[in-house]
Every structure is written in C-alpha cells, then in structure tokens.
Design a protein around this ligand. Structure first.
Ligand code: ADP
Ligand code: GLC
Length: 533
C-alpha cells in the first residue's frame, strides 16, 4: 500500500448524501475505502437543499468567504460533515451511511465532507433539484455558473481548512475547473503548492459546453481564448476540456471506455483528439461496487436474504416483487429488470424498435426509471396495454431498485455506450444474470455465456441493433429453461469480486504516478499549455 495522503475529491454527487446516478455511488464508496486505507479524505460536495445526511453524522459550520465573480462578488459558506467517531472505529454498521471507514482510526485515516454553499441572492444549491428543475424537467438555466462557483469556492474552503493537499481528484465536468483554478489563480496558495491533480471522466456524453462569457465569470480575460487552447472548443468553452487539459493525470471508469473515447467521435463526442494527445496520461480503472449496501445476504431492502450457496431466498424475493407489480401468481416466466436513467445513452430506443419482438418473448419486464418523456411515455403505454407483462415505475426509488436486483432473473442493459455501469455488477452479485451490449464497462465486467464450455457470467451482444438484443435475450431464455445450467451461471456471477479494494489499489497507483509526474515535469501553467497548442 502506498503512503497515507491527504486526498480531496470534488464531485457533484456522493451517496447517500446526494445521488442522481453512478457518480454518487462511486464517490460514496471510493472515499470511505480510501479512509480505511489510512488516507485523510475530504469530499467537497455542493450543499444541496435535498442533502440526506445519515443518522449520527455531525455538521459544523466553518468560516465562509466572498469570491470575486465576474464584475461582482458572491458569498460562499462551508460546513464540515462527518460520520460518527464510533462508526469510524467499529466499521461498517450500515444504515445507509457511506461504508464507515472500519479500521481507519487505527491507521490514521478519516473521512470528512466539505459542504459548499452559496449565500448569494440566487442560492445556487438551495433548490429542489440537483441538476434539473423538477418543475420544468430541465437542467437549471444557470448550470454553468452553479458548478463553476462550486469548483472555485471549494478550493477557497480547502485553503481555509489549512491542510496541505496531496491529491486533488476532480470528477466529471461539474468539478472540471478545479485543476485549472489551482494551476492559475490559486497557484501560490500554500496548501496547493505540492498538489497533484487527477481528473476522472465518468461520462463524456455530458461535457458542459457554454458561450465564452463564462470565462469572465471564472476570472479570465479573452486572451486565454485562442483556437485549440484549453478553453476553446469549436468557438465555445467546454468544462470537460478544461479538466482534461490542466489535470496531471486522467482516468475513466473502465479500460475499454478509455480506448473507445480515443477511437473517434462516436464515443469521444468531439474530445477524441484531446484524449489522443493525452493518451499516455489516461488510464481506465473499472469501478467497484459498495459490497455492503449491495449484498443479497444483508440487503436492508430485501424481504429475504440469500447467497450463492443458498439462493432459494431469491424466489421469495421474486414472489414479493410479483405481488408489487401485480403480475399473475404462477412463476412461469422469468422476470427481466431494468433500473436506469431513461436517456438515449442507455439504449431505450432499442426497446422502442424491438417492442413487438420483446412482447413475443415469454418473460415479464420490470422497469424503474425517470428521464426523457419519450421513454417514460413508452413504458407507461406498455404497462397500460400489457399489465401482466410490463410493470413500470417512474421516479427515483432506492428500495425498488434493490427489489429489482434481488427479485429478477435477468437484468437488461443494452447501452449505446457505457463508461462503466454499476447495475450489471450489482446484478452479478444478486444472481440476476445480465444481458448487456458489449461496450465500455459492460464489456469489461460481463463475460458472454458459452454453453459448450459452461463458462461466462451473462449474455452480451455487439452491434447496436434490436435484432442483436433480441438474439441475446433468446439465448438467455434458453439457458433459463435449463435449471442446472442456470444455477451454475448464477453461481459464477455471484462469485465475481467487484469490491472497491481492487479499484482503490489502482487509484493509489494513479496518485503515486501523478505525484511522480508533477515532480518530474512541474506544474501545468497557462504558458506551458499555450506552448503545446
Ligand atoms: P449512470 O451513472 O449512467 O446513471 P450507473 O449504472 O453507473 O449509470 O449507475 C446508476 C445508479 O443509479 C445505480 O445505482 C442505479 O441503481 C441507480 N438508479 C438509476 N435510476 C434509478 C431510479 N429511478 N431509482 C433508483 N435508483 C436508480
Ligand atoms: C456515469 C456513467 C456510468 C458510470 C458512472 C460512475 O454516470 O454513465 O457508466 O458507471 O458514471 O462512474
């Protein structure tokens, strides 16, 4: 294990405090795992109104400050939230808290969350939604400003805390400006003098692209806006590109996705050239899963528990799920589940195109998710037309997500692209055999079933076509009809280890390498980046 360090994560989500998708799960599991390893870990998170602080956590105010902001100033406020000390000492007593850093106390590690608030008139975070305004179902119009402020203010808060930061780890476009501010406006701050920066891409489909006026808010003049420079992207400003340019090292959440995003526009969304240029600095580290929260042996949301040696409990979970969905009582057909943001990325247009074939398959579908109206309407209509075949629940429902993982036989994830994906790994752990498109992290975590050699953990298909998806589902159903084959398949999947330990090792190495690179090559600056352009 590498030396204990002060690690700061900047992220817009962290479970269970604030979650929209997998980013929350990743930060909420990686940070406590790093504390368990003896690191001093701080997660900077916006102080959303909807924050759900777990029972027993403390929350104390810290000094706030005023920031220069465009032509004026904006007020920032900070609070430090911490898990209870006894949890730190005794380990993962899981009541929905981020896995408590067991053993961290002995190793000197700790976990703190720095809540970054905005006290200006517009109250960037004191709103009903995290990214989207629930009333309009759209992103807040001032999204650019909200997260730019978050990144800038978080660094100010860290400066005030006073501890030297060894690693600044920024996640996705919402935090992407932090490495830039650290190397420019705040380069002289004592706490950041020795800081290496890492930027992780969780999803290149969301980049944060704005008109150049944001530069003024960020405190930069027009002279930094030159073609192909870090701030310029086809005449606009791209948050993700800023992060990719200034960070010492880059990572994304699976090895396959790291290759795909450099391969061309389909996965790179216009940033493939930037990524190719930084190819030597980019790693793919497969996410882990929080194996305390997602464990069929102790899942607090399941009516029955089971494990790979005694999988019978799963049938009872399915019986409860069946009732909840209003499906007929006979356990004749397999249940196929999906829990997802309903967006194009996740492959829901394949559902649309394959509707007739899907309904010809002898299976029942359970879908949980919210997102684009087009897909909400599709599943609502299917449920009304085929109440015994399709059950759809809109909205965000953590308990039901666990019930789907626990009670279904198959899990369908036909993503167009998938940086990592977590539900296929939860599914493997729950004996819910995944059917996935072989892309990104899905390809890296699910191995295609081979009936001849009786190997593999799920069913994969290559081309993004409805017929391919139906073909994979048909193969899955054939295997399901052979109970001994199916039991083996479930057992193999349930035996896979996707715990965070392996990934946290890889992040430790990434941090070591980032520090070595910084020592060797020095800090990125506006000038050094201009010289490279
Ligand atoms: P992404 O981050 O692209 O949405 P991931 O597979 O990485 O995809 O993570 C999605 C996470 O969000 C999973 O933990 C999943 O269970 C959860 N999730 C998505 N939609 C819902 C929902 N409607 N209700 C409950 N959990 C959800
Ligand atoms: C993103 C990706 C997803 C990944 C998650 C966490 O939201 O879409 O594939 O698992 O981030 O890294």
């Amino acid at each position: 294990m590498s030396a204990a360090r002060t690690i700061v994560h900047l992220a817009s989500e962290m479970t269970p405090l604030a979650k929209v998708g997998g980013l929350g799960d990743v930060v909420g599991a990686l940070a406590p795992e790093q504390a368990r390893r003896g690191h001093d870990v701080i997660v900077a998170l916006p102080a959303y109104r909807t924050l759900a602080l777990p029972a027993g956590w403390t929350r104390v105010a810290a000094d706030g400050c005023d920031l220069a902001w465009g032509l004026g100033r904006e007020a920032a406020a900070f609070e430090i939230a911490m898990p209870p000390a006894e949890q730190v000492a005794t380990g993962p007593a899981h009541d929905g808290a981020p896995a408590a850093p067991a053993g961290a106390a002995e190793r000197g590690g700790r976990l703190r969350v720095m809540l970054v608030d905005h006290r200006g008139e517009r109250r960037f975070f004191d709103r009903p939604g995290i990214y989207d305004d629930p009333l309009r179902g759209q992103s807040y119009a001032d999204a650019a400003e909200r997260f730019l402020f978050f990144a800038r203010a978080a660094l100010e808060g860290l400066s005030k805390l006073g501890a030297r930061v060894d690693i600044l780890h920024a996640h996705d476009h919402q935090a992407a400006w932090a490495p830039c501010f650290m190397r420019t406006q705040l380069a002289e701050r004592r706490v950041f003098r020795d800081t290496a920066t890492v930027f992780t891409i969780h999803n290149l489909g969301y980049q944060g692209i704005h008109d150049p006026w944001v530069l003024g808010l960020a405190g930069f003049g027009r002279e930094v806006f030159y073609p192909a420079g870090p701030f310029e992207f086809y005449g606009r400003v791209n948050d993700m590109k800023v992060g990719l340019s200034f960070a010492d090292l880059l990572s994304t959440v699976s090895p396959r996705y790291a290759r795909e995003i450099q391969s061309g526009g389909e996965f790179g969304f216009g940033l493939e050239g930037v990524l190719q240029r930084r190819s030597a600095d980019l790693r793919g580290i497969l996410n882990g899963i929080d194996d305390v929260t997602w464990d069929p042996e102790r899942d607090r949301f399941l009516p029955e528990h089971y494990d790979r040696e005694r999988p019978e409990g799963k049938e009872r979970v399915q019986a409860v799920l069946r009732k909840e969905c209003g499906f007929p009582a006979t356990p004749d057909w397999p249940f196929i589940g999906t829990v997802s943001r309903l967006v194009d990325q996740k492959g829901f247009d394949l559902f649309e195109q394959a509707e007739a074939d899907l309904l010809r398959i002898d299976a029942r579908f359970v879908v949980l998710g919210a997102g684009q109206p087009r897909y909400q309407e599709l599943f609502t209509r299917l449920m009304i037309q085929h109440p015994h075949r399709v059950y759809y629940r809109a909205g965000f429902d953590e308990r039901f997500a666990h019930m789907i993982e626990g009670g279904c036989d198959l899990y369908l994830m036909p993503s167009r692209y998938e940086p990592c994906g977590l539900n296929q790994m939860y599914s493997l752990r729950y004996g819910t055999v995944p059917v996935v498109r072989a892309t990104g992290g899905l390809a890296d975590s699910v191995e295609d079933f081979d009936p001849e050699h009786r190997s593999g953990t799920g069913f994969t298909f290559q081309r993004y076509e409805p017929a391919e998806m139906i073909g994979a589902l048909r193969r899955a159903l054939t295997a399901w009809r052979q109970p001994p084959v199916w039991r083996e398949l479930m057992h193999r999947g349930m035996s896979r280890d996707f715990s965070w330990r392996v990934s946290a090792d890889a992040y430790d190495r990434l941090y070591d390498d980032a520090r070595a690179k910084l020592a060797r090559e020095g800090q990125m600056t506006l000038e050094s980046l201009r010289a490279q352009a």
